[in-house]
Design a protein around this ligand. Sequence first.
Ligand code: M6R
Length: 366
Amino acid sequence: RKEGFDHFMLKEIFEQPRVVKDTLTPRLPLDVNDIVLDDINMSKEVLEKINKIYIVACGTASYTGLVGKYLIERVARIPVVAEVASEFRYREPILDENTLMIVVSQSGETADTLAALRLAKKAGAYVIGIVNAVGSTISRDADDVLYTLAGPEIAVASTKAYSAQLCAMYLLSIKIAMELGKISKDEFLELREELYELPDKVGTVLEQADTIKELADKYINSKNVFYIGRGLDYAVSMEGALKLKEIAYLHAEPYAAGELKHGPIALIEDNSLLVGLTGHEELFEKTVSNIKEVKARGAKVLAIALEGNDEIGKIADDVIYVPRTHWMFTSLLENIPQQIFAYYISVGLGNDVDKPRNLAKSVTVE
Ligand code: M6R
């Protein structure tokens, strides 16, 4: 049931404060100064021997993997490769008992992701699944499961499941780093406080839905849309571009901001739109200089920025602000406007939002 919403996608977008809360808070009990992951049984002994992590998934779930790569490498200092399953499974990856594989899947039935998991298990690697569908094949075949508690997702375009995957990845990254002594108890308490504030902050972004609809109407005739960012923002840009492609059928490409001048900038014309993700503020000046280059060549710029960043307002045509949080968690908040933007463009173009052409919810064929 759509419960008064025009589409399942919109309903699922608006469920996100609850989904974020449900995925995070049961694992962060206030009477224990630790993250409690009931279904993760990997021992400290096994974890300490892990010298390489692969995060393998398809589509949107693979972008959760990219976020995970940035986070785990930075806080736990273990090398991570994030890769799409359809490539990983065919390239004879190097796997052994000191490898951890994290597979991410909403349905838990994606054929390529399942094949990658089986390859890893055969080689003796330890496999953790971040899965939404309880009892699915991936959840049964993985050594351990971290369930995303998003509830059933009906719209083909993933929204709330992706947010829940990010939350699961936040928990797992912090847990691994704590177990390895890379995050102290005090740092953890600070992170926990921020995580508890995330559901309300997601709600604050949702309050801007009408304004984002106006921006969608303004930019609905864009011919080419480029999403750019650096670091975690680059991972977020991938999800933004995919959402626009799959439900709005607009040509959209994500680029690492620094790569623009190595080729793609040649595509920029007067009717191009650039969505600039600037939440990774350590690299703000660098990304802004890329945004300026594109603007000078005629593109319109829609920026997604952190509240209180006045600088970006002087450069971009429009800015959507999201609340500030710990740098590890900005990806979740920055992505919500991208979902709403793609949704309203799709509606405005008269597309079948919940069942976009040529796509299936669960890809169980290779
Ligand atoms: O069920 P999964 O998470 O394994 O599915 C992976 C992709 O097929 C899925 O995320 C797809 O990219 C969605 N249509 C994205 O909105």
